[in-house]
Design a protein around this ligand. Structure first.
Ligand code: PNS
Length: 168
């Protein structure tokens, strides 16, 4: 690096994103204002059963990332701490809606810090209008065929992808 060259500050916004919701999208947008580059990272847990296959989850996440010039969608079946390091991220950013999220995220933050002490976790309190939104709620609306309601909670363009790919 040249003496006057500024080091890019990068952060990772990780999750299962099954599927990504407007709540996650809000966290991604806010993270993108705090860092030069943000990675929206889909982590794959082999013992977890997802409703959407990886490709569909990626396409949905890309609907949210496409209007954010400094955001990029990535995925990994490894550990979050390793991926964050490989991508040169200095921070892990997650949203927290309530006490339950906070307790879970505290655990994850301590776990990730044990693996990568140089990477800091930051929790962003969710927007007060988005506190009731979850991937679980979206999946249950889709299962009941309540597409309009699900559409309002998904990134723009995501419902089309879901229906085209045969999730009905
Ligand atoms: O909110 P989520 O979707 O449960 O978050 C998933 C993830 C991977 C960000 C969280 O479980 C975490 O921080 N895990 C740390 C351990 C790890 O890296 N696991 C990777 C496979 S899930």
């Amino acid at each position: 690096m040249m003496p006057n060259e500024k080091k890019l500050r990068r952060a990772i916004v990780p999750g299962s994103f099954d599927p990504m919701t407007v709540g996650h999208e809000d966290i991604l947008k806010r993270a993108s204002k705090l860092y030069d580059e943000v990675y929206l990272a889909l982590l794959i847990n082999p013992s977890k059963k997802y409703l959407f296959d990886l490709e569909t989850r990626i396409l949905i996440a890309e609907c949210a990332a496409k209007d954010i010039p400094n955001a990029k969608v990535v995925h990994s079946d490894g550990m979050l701490a390793d991926l964050a390091r490989e991508l040169g991220c200095e921070a892990i950013i997650k949203g927290a809606r309530n006490e339950k999220d906070f307790t879970y995220e505290m655990k994850m933050a301590l776990y990730n810090r044990a693996l990568a002490p140089e990477i800091e976790t930051f929790l962003l309190p969710c927007d007060d209008k988005l506190g009731e939104i979850s991937s679980t709620l979206v999946r249950s609306l889709l299962e009941k065929g309540e597409y309009e309601k699900a559409n309002a909670l998904l990134p723009k363009g995501a419902l089309d992808i879901i229906l085209k790919r045969g999730y009905k």
